[in-house]
Design a protein around this ligand. Structure first.
Ligand SMILES: CCCCCCCCCCCCC[C@@H](O)CC(=O)SCCNC(=O)CCNC(=O)[C@H](O)C(C)(C)COP(=O)(O)OP(=O)(O)OC[C@H]1O[C@@H](n2cnc3c(N)ncnc32)[C@H](O)[C@@H]1OP(=O)(O)O
Length: 357
């Protein structure tokens, strides 16, 4: 005697779902021939552990390919309709077979199914639109960053090469006219560097705002206030050391970012970007501190930027007080950025190691 399992069914516009109530089903054999589905399997059903089978003749044509997946509790079968549409019932015979019952877990009536299709379609369209938007934004961002880094690289490379060549040609004399020959390009680079603070603030690049702000404000303070506003500082050799140390890191940092924009990496360059700041950063801060210290007597003498106090007090607050505070801030800034760069270095090399393992 053949045993029939309990079969639950539901439909969508494109397919029929059958759920056969057999636990631990084995040797499952399902096929569809001329719109007739035949099922046979061994498993635990209403009549215990046995062989179960059933046959269903569909109401309308279906595709012969049938997919099934068994879980511990049931066998799920999906049959594709030959034509999209809603069927009045599952089988060709008017009377529903006794073993067949609606699957209320998956049951939808026609209008609900249409809503489901519409919602799926809308979701798909939304996803497509946002993917397009994201792709557009990503490529625009990449072009913007690449061009920015390229411009900075060219400018800093020009500074570095120019200073090196002048050092070889003019020797020590070149130390005294760095400001006159280089400052225009350096002003350009450092004004442009404000973009990096915006990039960090708006999440265009994955970096902290504070370290970037310290870097940009710190350098611009030296360039505009200490060097730019005091003519007496222009021919001091300290300008050479400050500019040389700044450009020495940037000729590695910007090409490293450029390659990053192209999803490329040159290991030597990565190593240099994340290593040479170790000696350069303290040396740079030292050179900047020397420049600040050298400027103090000049600010005292010229009273430039001093804040006049009311006549009753009869004096003014010299800018040199601000510079003393700034000297302390510089070393605080050095500490914050040194720690930040050290973390970036560890993260970069740790990730690389993990990737290569
Ligand atoms: C709050 C204001 C208070 C002001 C107080 C003033 C205190 C003054 C202190 C003064 C200290 C400054 C001294 C300084 O001027 C001296 C010198 O510069 S000496 C020369 C040596 N200097 C250096 O080595 C520092 C160079 N500068 C930097 O490295 C950065 O400016 C810094 C912000 C310090 C660190 O960079 P960042 O956080 O961006 O690290 P990463 O390079 O690892 O980048 C992180 C990820 O972002 C991607 N990224 C970043 N920028 C770009 C870009 N332009 N284009 C494309 N991609 C970018 C990068 O690829 C990383 O991505 P991923 O992690 O996916 O690889």
């Amino acid at each position: 005697m053949t045993l029939t399992p309990l079969v639950y069914w539901a439909q969508r516009h494109g397919e029929m779902y059958l759920r056969v109530a057999l636990t631990d089903a084995q040797n499952i054999d399902v096929c569809v021939r001329e719109n007739v589905l035949q099922f046979r399997a061994q498993g635990h059903g209403a009549k215990g552990q046995n062989e179960y089978e059933f046959t269903l003749e569909f109401l309308l044509p279906v595709k012969p390919e049938v997919s099934h997946r068994s879980t511990q509790r049931q066998v799920n079968i999906t049959v594709q309709k030959e034509q999209h549409g809603w069927w009045d019932r599952l089988t060709s015979q008017q009377r529903k077979p006794a073993f067949l019952t609606p699957d209320f877990d998956r049951w939808l009536d026609e209008s609900d199914a249409e809503t489901e299709i519409r919602e799926k379609e809308e979701k798909r369209n939304k996803m497509k639109a946002s993917t397009h938007k994201e792709e557009g934004f990503v490529s625009l961002k990449t072009v913007f960053l690449f061009v920015y880094n390229l411009v900075q690289f060219i400018a800093f490379a020009w500074i570095f090469v120019n200073m090196t060549v002048r050092l070889f040609i003019f020797g020590q004399d070149s130390l005294f006219d760095t400001f006159n020959t280089i400052s225009d390009v350096m002003f350009f680079c450092q004004i442009l560097a404000a973009v990096e603070v915006l990039n960090a603030a708006f999440g265009v690049v994955r970096t902290g705002v504070v370290p970037t702000l310290i870097q940009v404000v710190g350098r611009n303070f030296i360039l505009f206030i200490i060097f730019g506003s005091l003519e007496q500082m222009h021919n001091k050799p300290v300008v050479f050391f400050v500019f040389y140390l700044w450009s020495a890191i940037e000729i590695f940092r910007y090409p490293f970012y450029m390659l990053g924009c192209l999803d490329m990496e040159w290991k030597t360059l990565t190593w240099l970007r994340y290593t040479i700041w170790i000696p350069l950063y303290p040396l740079g801060v030292l050179a900047e501190a020397v420049a600040v210290i050298q400027s103090i007597p000049i600010f005292d003498k010229t009273k430039l930027f001093s804040i006049p106090l009311p006549k009753v007090i009869g004096t003014s607050i010299n800018f040199s007080y601000v510079l003393h505070v700034y000297l302390v801030l510089m070393f605080l800034g050095l500490f914050i950025n040194f720690r930040h760069l050290y973390k970036q270095r560890t993260r970069r090399f740790r990730t690389k190691k993990r990737k290569t393992n």
